[in-house]
Design a binder for this molecule. Sequence first.
Ligand code: SF4
Length: 350
Amino acid sequence: MRGMHSPQPSATTPGDGPRDQLGRALRDLRVSVTDRCNLRCRYCMPREVFGPDHAFLPREDLLGFEEISRLVRVLAGLGVGKIRITGGEPLLRRDLSELVAQIAAVEGIHDIALTTNGVLLPQHAEDLAAAGLGRVTVSLDALDDATFRAMADTAVPVASVLAGIEAAQRAGLTPVKVNAVLQRGVNDDQLEALADFGRRTGVVIRFIEFMDVGTTNGWRRDQVVPAREVVERLHARWPLDPVDDGSGAAVAERYRYRDGGGEVGVIASVTRPFCRTCTRARLSAVGELFTCLFGARGHDLRALLRGGIDDEELTARLATIWGRRDDRASERRAATGLTGERVEMSYIGG
Ligand code: SF4
């Protein structure tokens, strides 16, 4: 596990749950339910690494839905209120709406979201909404079909993702958000077209700075399109006003179009890191708890679950893990750059 000297768990505020070494509460859990995907986005799952010979996680090693919802229940007792289901591509996990229904029944969970590439949404949106899913975020990096296929390294047309977004809107999984990773020289020419798409459809586009998540996506600093530039380009075309939701813990910087065209966001992990307000933990599909997207290893909760631990002891272990947390990788990157081993995004979901 992390570091030579393990910092002592920080104080726990009654009803508020544990605080980490930087005083951050635990509020959000991202649950990866599979490491498999039906696309091969180059900044996440480059085919040369995740090709036909890649050893994906065996099905029997994955946490079962009961194990996941038990962890959600215990973590809800420590302050978690938001669950985001991710992958790989979560819609590849069979009967996912059963998991959604189990999580929706957990007391204290007030927000259940899903991050997906959208391709399978037409088949699943209605069932997921009926099971209790509240909203979806769809990854879409280009409207131009050739650019989309090149970035996702796929023969799947962009129209499939657009059909998925429509299916989510019809099912009431709104507001549908779109995450678009911008890479200079790859799809930064798509910025205005994606923003215009959001204005026309009511979808909230969030432009994401290209990140060095994992160690396989060939990240280069000069391929990052800074949030400042994104906002300047949008404002030049459609004047914007910043939106402050007062939560202070939002991942995205939000802006409203002055002409009533809706909202747009930027996620500036590279140029404007937000580690100080990061209240997120991530659970891998085999039950490792990561306290940072740029972590190397997680805490093996599956062994505890399958070893017969009771809820009281599990709660204490989780509080200790969070209390010892001192992650702030994006801030460190800004200061010294990131080096060393880092878990792949497709393994714990962005
Ligand atoms: S780099 Fe780690 S600590 Fe910082 S915001 Fe991202 S997940 Fe949170």
